[in-house]
Ligand binder design. Sequence first.
Ligand code: PGA
Ligand code: ZN
Length: 419
Amino acid sequence: TICAMQGREIFDSRGNPTLEVDVLLGDGTWGRAAVPSGVSTGEHEAVELRDGGKRLGGKGVLQAVRHVNETIAEALKGHSPFDQAAVDQVMIDLDGTPNKSRLGANTILGVSMAVCRAAAQSQRMPLYRYLGGVDSELPLPFFNIINGGKHAKTGIAIQEFMITPIGAVHFREAMERVVETYHMLGSLLSARGLATSVGDEGGFAPQLNSSEEAVQLMVEAIQQAGYEPGKDIAIALDPAASEFYRDGLYHFEGNQWTGSEMSDYYEQLIEKYPVISIEDGMSEKDESGWQAMTQRLGQRVQLVGDDIFVTNPSIFREGIRKRIGNSILIKPNQIGTVSQSMEAIKIARQAGYTTMISHRSGDTEDTFIADFATGMSAGQIKTGAVARTEGVAKYNQFLRIEEELSKYARMASFVYPGQ
Ligand code: PGA
Ligand code: ZN
């Protein structure tokens, strides 16, 4: 049973404070977890508790630490760590708000993940196996190699330009192909006198004239690295369109477009380039734009909902009913518990939606989502580039998992939603 816990304030990859939690069980085993934090957040995400005031720019999490050490520790003492849903429900009830604003979604998630880890430890099992048994499948990784939008102040509207090694069979092979492509892209950029500094998620952040130029550079890098675009390595985008949607229009690189003009743009991109997935192509405030885009492009490209679904089972159910998108991004900190994240995955499966597990742009050395994605056989994951350790730590964890599963290791292939 759960016998004690300790919260602490640590720092994330952007140098902002965040919460880490240790949970100790009666049998002497324990689990630790740290909470990530985003900047291009969805409006309906569960609420992060921050201290406010002057210290650390108001971003301190000492109140969250206190809630862990006092209120939550008391309420969970004596509970079984193996009933994740019951543990999470105790915290949801204790919080009592619909968006976890009293105790904080960061507070609750830190405990939820640490309990899950402790439970796996107590069973002497790796976390992925505790979650998924021996049948776990590694996800297909999506690597963010050029950063724009809110993750790099370079003037390109699209936030994430990702590559995914769809032709690879093993994770190690996937990783090698991407590393080669990433370094090739770096050389192409420096040959053109462009910056090779990186953005918040480890992708390069060069000053380019347009998002399309970024896509062209990626295609060139894939080819020059010796791979075939669309066959060995495909492209995925996260425009994070909520960030450039104002007054009913998409303010996209000098244009002011309606939803339908925005869809025209995506359509020509998927016709010209091997783009297989677009996340948040429309704003969270533009449901009709989302519906029209899904109807028009949903058979040809994966349309991932991030800000629009915020990993929230009830919002997601409603979105499925409205025929919005065909895939969901799963960010545990958007909803605040492990079991609700699992529920969102289950709902997706039933509706024929694909699932992509995701880190946040402010993240830590915690590799929880790597095991989570594997154990849940989620199919896909994005966790940054192959630079910046908070992202690479997760990719490295897959290499360990693959080694441990040895000949039983399988990596998911790209499957179009509904198929
Ligand atoms: P965030 O961005 O972590 O900064 O919110 C990630 C995303 O939009 O997918
Ligand atoms: Zn996103």
